[in-house]
Design a protein around this ligand. Structure first.
Ligand SMILES: Cc1cc2nc3c(=O)[nH]c(=O)nc-3n(C[C@H](O)[C@H](O)[C@H](O)COP(=O)(O)OP(=O)(O)OC[C@H]3O[C@@H](n4cnc5c(N)ncnc54)[C@H](O)[C@@H]3O)c2cc1C
Length: 375
């Protein structure tokens, strides 16, 4: 991806107020919200930002997707992104509705304020590539949008650097200890790559590695489980029309959307994985091509590229955001699952308020608390 030019500090020991570990959309959005308000530093293990899950998404923001807390965060994120778009040469968001297809029951289960039922005839008018007889019911979310996720991350990267905050890449956090005892006045000393970083607070925005990072700080894990999800860009005989909605099966066996003249497809799988640089299983993509060709007239003729990312979730499916309830100065920002972009600015705003001792705009602190039951 095109996110580059980080500022290196050149010194062996650096000091900051808040160290954010992880340079994906979560860490970058938060550092962007904090930059200029406090001395923040991002440490990313990889040489480039967004290398893991954040460069592997389907780039769609869907207000009707997920539990109520996620939907509220998504609506707030859309408003915040629309406000920042005025600073960009072209919009980050583009109109692209979300069409959910399936049985009466499975579509009804996903109904919400943002998704309204439509008739089979309306479904066929919106997605004429669907072969008749497979999907008796459909719901439409017209508030859903596509998102240029690279441009969004690049906006946050520039905002961080422009406000004098720092980003270190190639800086894997390998060990940490508490200076001056374990009380709330102590500071963290974190070894990241060649750097020794002292900070008042450490933010865990380490994506699939969030529980492993907690181990390094002797913080109790929160059961954050990464799940594989694969996507591919394919050539098709019959490209989707301009303005075509993203189409998803309510039983989560596939989704697709236009990608220029090509089509992005996913088998929507959720298979547990260890944290890693995940890669597609060739059989999964071949089976997906067969499935999509059987239910649509798209006519997939070849796979241009395919990739796999890890969507990391807690047991209740909600992110974990807030100060650890036992270890002082350790703040969680993890478990965004399949909602990391659509909740990014809302979560960053919430986390930034908590870190600055302010009341968050959205009343989600309790629902996302690291101390909630079941984690
Ligand atoms: C196929 C697929 C489709 C998706 N589609 C969508 C979508 O349409 N809309 C949406 O909202 N979401 C979508 N998602 C989910 C979204 O991509 C994720 O929720 C989001 O990218 C997670 O961001 P993150 O910053 O938490 O994680 P990451 O991007 O993985 O960032 C975490 C970073 O932490 C770094 N790190 C880890 N350990 C350390 C350490 N010890 N030291 C330093 N750095 C460390 C890693 O190198 C990594 O760069 C999709 C995901 C997948 C896989």
């Amino acid at each position: 991806m095109a996110v580059q030019e980080q500022r290196k500090t050149g010194e062996k020991t650096v000091d900051c107020d808040i160290l954010v570990v992880g340079g994906g959309i979560a860490g970058l959005s938060l550092a962007s919200a904090l930059a200029g308000r406090t001395d923040v530093l991002v440490a990313e293990a990889e040489p480039t930002l967004g290398f893991h899950t954040s460069s592997r998404s389907a780039r769609q923001l869907i207000p009707s997707y997920g539990p109520a807390v996620i939907q509220d965060l998504t609506v707030r994120t859309l408003a915040l992104i629309r406000a920042l778009e005025v600073h960009l040469p072209k919009p980050v968001l583009t109109a692209r509705s979300f069409l959910l297809v399936g049985s009466e029951e499975s579509v009804r289960d996903r109904a919400s304020g943002h998704m309204h039922p439509i008739t089979p005839a309306q479904m066929m008018a919106l997605a004429p590539e669907l072969k008749p007889g497979h999907f008796p019911a459909a719901g439409l979310d017209t508030t859903s949008v596509g998102c240029d996720t690279d441009a969004l991350m690049d906006y946050h990267r520039r905002r961080i650097l422009d406000r004098g905050a720092r980003i270190l890449t190639g800086a894997p956090v390998r060990s940490a200890c508490r200076e001056a005892g374990g009380d709330s006045n102590g500071r963290w000393v974190t070894e990241a790559g060649e750097q020794s970083i002292t900070s008042r607070v450490v933010v865990n925005a380490a994506g699939a590695w969030a529980d492993e990072l907690a181990d390094l700080y002797s913080v109790r894990r929160r059961g954050l489980q990464p799940y594989r999800r694969t996507a591919a860009v394919v050539d098709v005989e019959h490209p989707l029309a301009d303005g075509a909605p993203m189409v998803a099966d309510a039983d989560e066996t596939f989704y697709y959307r236009a990608d220029g003249n090509r089509v992005l497809v996913s088998p929507s799988e959720s298979v547990p994985s260890a944290p890693m640089d995940a890669r597609p299983h060739p059989g999964d993509v071949a089976a997906l091509v067969e499935l999509v060709n059987s239910v649509t007239t798209l006519g997939i003729t070849g796979i241009v590229r395919s990739w796999t990312g890890l969507r990391t979730q807690t047991a209740d499916g909600l992110p974990v955001v807030g100060y650890d309830d036992v270890v002082p100065g350790f703040f969680w920002l993890a478990g965004q699952g399949g909602y990391g972009f659509q909740t990014s600015s809302g979560l960053a705003e919430t986390a930034a308020a908590m870190l600055q001792g302010e009341e968050p705009e959205l009343p989600v602190a309790e629902a996302l608390s690291p101390a909630r039951p079941g984690l």
